[in-house]
Design a protein. Structure first.
Ligand SMILES: CC(C)(COP(=O)(O)OP(=O)(O)OC[C@H]1O[C@@H](n2cnc3c(N)ncnc32)[C@H](O)[C@@H]1OP(=O)(O)O)[C@@H](O)C(=O)NCCC(=O)NCCS
Length: 309
């Protein structure tokens, strides 16, 4: 068998990658539309893939994005994956090296899977990390029950009904980099719903986007709230905004392990602790400079391929 490396291959190659990484044991939350989303929003995308020569049969991949800002370009590496039967045969590391070489002297980030994190640190210098790991907690929709009572101090609105400047200003308290362009793109995805939670004084105290992803799951990502009460109101209204949400298999949160509230939130919305499954997922890693995030507000990061919060 011969192989070839293609940068930004046809959609059908991405679709195989999205499906493979959505299946167990990875259970990543992506879908077909993410390829166009990344192409349209980042200042540049390199999806480096190895395929069986002359075909579109996926073998291995890694993606790199460049996100320009006043503080310089932030590069991000994601979607590092090799089809199981081809692992350990030297497909992965060379394509990783290839995208790493593009980064040059700029800051770069990635979300390092448990078994790979130390290697990214030692071999490629991704050694600026927060203390905590990120965890993934999910619940079966069949076990979910919307609580009868949630706080009356908060209410939600669709993102189109709030002042967009105020919403993006709120986001700057989560992510110090300007994400206006990215947020608009997430919110406008065909099947996504975004709701904003406000306190009784009308101030924004959180927001979340929810969308269906592969394998009949849905993904509330990002999900940010200033406190657990506001998060409860937000989750209730998000679920109620998805027709037939009970027919999906699962949903889950990807959150910094120092924040215990995402699990409390899932407990409040399910039959109890046994309904929730939790795995250690990844470490947020940077090469030059760690970009700090307000972890107590983060119930789910927006996209664990190319965003750090
Ligand atoms: C991680 C993965 C992509 C590596 O692909 P691969 O083709 O099997 O890797 P290679 O054959 O090139 O690896 C050769 C060696 O280099 C290591 N290596 C591979 N990529 C590396 C990288 N980017 N940095 C440091 N070391 C790396 C491998 O761990 C392996 O080391 P070992 O022989 O001590 O185990 C593959 O194992 C995979 O798809 N895993 C499941 C998905 C996943 O966890 N992805 C990482 C997300 S952060």
């Amino acid at each position: 068998m011969e192989f070839e490396t293609i940068i930004n291959p046809p959609q059908e190659v991405f679709d195989q990658l999205a499906q493979l990484t959505s299946d167990p044991p990875e259970n990543w939350c992506f879908k077909s539309e993410d390829y166009d989303l990344w192409k349209a929003t980042y200042d540049q995308l390199w999806l480096v893939t190895v395929v069986e020569k002359g075909t579109t049969n996926f073998v291995a991949s890694v993606s790199l994005t460049r996100w320009d800002g006043p503080d310089g370009s932030l590069y991000s590496i994601g979607m590092f994956y090799c089809k199981e039967k081809y692992r350990g045969q030297g497909f992965g590391k060379p394509i990783f090296q290839k995208v790493f070489d593009i980064i040059g002297d700029n800051n770069a980030t990635l979300t390092g899977a448990v078994k790979m994190s130390a290697k990214y640190d030692k071999v490629f210098g991704f050694n600026k990390c927060p203390e905590h790991w990120h965890w993934f907690s999910s619940v079966k929709c069949a076990d979910v029950k919307i609580p009868d009572i949630v706080s009356e101090e908060y209410s939600t609105k669709d993102w189109t009904e709030v002042d967009y400047e105020a919403l993006t200003a709120y986001d700057r308290t989560i992510c110090t980099r300007d994400r206006k362009k990215y947020m608009t793109a997430w919110f406008k995805l065909p099947e996504s719903v975004t709701r904003v939670v406000l306190n009784n004084a009308g101030q924004i105290v959180g927001y979340a986007t929810i969308r269906p992803v592969l394998n009949n799951r849905f993904s509330p990502a990002p999900f940010y709230a200033d406190n657990l009460e506001a998060a409860e109101v937000l989750l209730r209204d998000l679920l109620n905004s998805i027709p037939n949400w009970k027919t999906y298999e699962t949903f889950g949160f990807t959150y910094p392990g120092c924040n215990k509230d995402p699990v409390k939130l899932l407990e409040k919305f399910s039959e109890g602790k046994e309904s929730i499954s939790t795995v250690k997922f990844f470490r947020s890693q940077f090469t030059k400079k760690l970009i700090a995030t307000p972890d107590h507000k983060v119930y789910s990061v927006s996209d664990n391929a190319h965003q750090f919060v």
